[in-house]
Ligand binder design. Structure first.
Ligand SMILES: NC(=O)c1ccc[n+]([C@@H]2O[C@H](COP(=O)([O-])OP(=O)(O)OC[C@H]3O[C@@H](n4cnc5c(N)ncnc54)[C@H](OP(=O)(O)O)[C@@H]3O)[C@@H](O)[C@H]2O)c1
Length: 203
């Protein structure tokens, strides 16, 4: 929901999807409650209708991403679909990366969506930072994808949010490393009570 808030604050037309329209409405209303002074507009509907957007961000828990994408494959055909899920498991007080089929969530989603163009992005932006519109962001967002239109449109979406700099990383073969590194960041944030993200130097 933090990403939807940031996009809306950047005046991007955004619709939140859900398995039920009621839950979409409830989630959006809850998210907007804190920001009534900002006049944000966020649409809310079922996933199948939200999949009609020009660009679609798949933002489910990692182990629901492929099933959700598969259900929506026809509606997503020809579109850029952004994968942001990280395959992580909490073991004790540590987040540990898992290796999904094909090496990453993003590659699994691309395999399920042969007619779509998958871009991977947003993995390292802390949820609390995204959701706090009072806090400026200053983060790099690594973007990868196998198809040029996926990378270009995903980077344009990232770049529409003030404080986020899209950085092209390469093909989806890099997505596994990007997703796994989120576990490192989460553990750093837990240990240091921080909201660290990434900012590359020398670029
Ligand atoms: N939160 C962030 O800022 C952030 C930052 C970087 C990366 N990520 C990644 O983005 C993904 C989403 O993060 P989140 O914090 O928004 O997760 P979340 O709140 O746990 O889940 C997002 C939505 O996924 C849907 N969902 C849950 N279980 C599902 C299932 N079994 N099948 C289909 N849909 C299901 C739910 O929608 P309905 O129940 O309404 O259908 C839920 O509202 C995660 O994989 C996370 O690793 C998140």
């Amino acid at each position: 929901m933090g990403l939807a808030l940031r996009l809306a604050a950047a005046e991007v037309e955004v619709t939140v999807g859900s398995r039920t329209a009621e839950r979409a409405a409830q989630k959006v209303d809850e998210a907007l409650e804190r920001w009534t002074d900002r006049h944000l507009t966020i649409g809310r509907t079922q996933n199948a209708e939200a999949a009609g957007a020009d660009i679609v961000v798949l933002a489910t828990p990692w182990d629901a991403a492929v099933a959700t994408a598969t259900d929506l494959a026809d509606a997503l055909a020809g579109k850029v679909v952004v994968s942001m899920a990280n395959a992580l498991q909490r073991v004790g007080d540590e987040f540990q990366p898992l290796i999904p089929p094909r090496g990453s969530v993003a590659e699994s989603v691309q395999a399920a969506l042969e007619r779509s163009h998958v871009g991977a992005a947003f993995h390292h932006v802390p949820a609390r930072l995204l959701g706090n519109l009072d806090q400026p962001m200053d983060c790099d967002v690594l973007v990868c994808g196998d198809r040029p239109e996926a990378v270009a449109q995903t980077e344009a979406l990232v770049g529409s949010i003030p404080g986020l700099r899209p950085v092209t990383a390469g093909t989806l073969s890099l997505a596994g490393a990007i997703e796994a590194f989120t576990g490192v960041l989460l553990n750093v944030n837990v240990r240091h009570k921080a909201r660290a993200s990434i900012k590359l130097t020398g670029l």
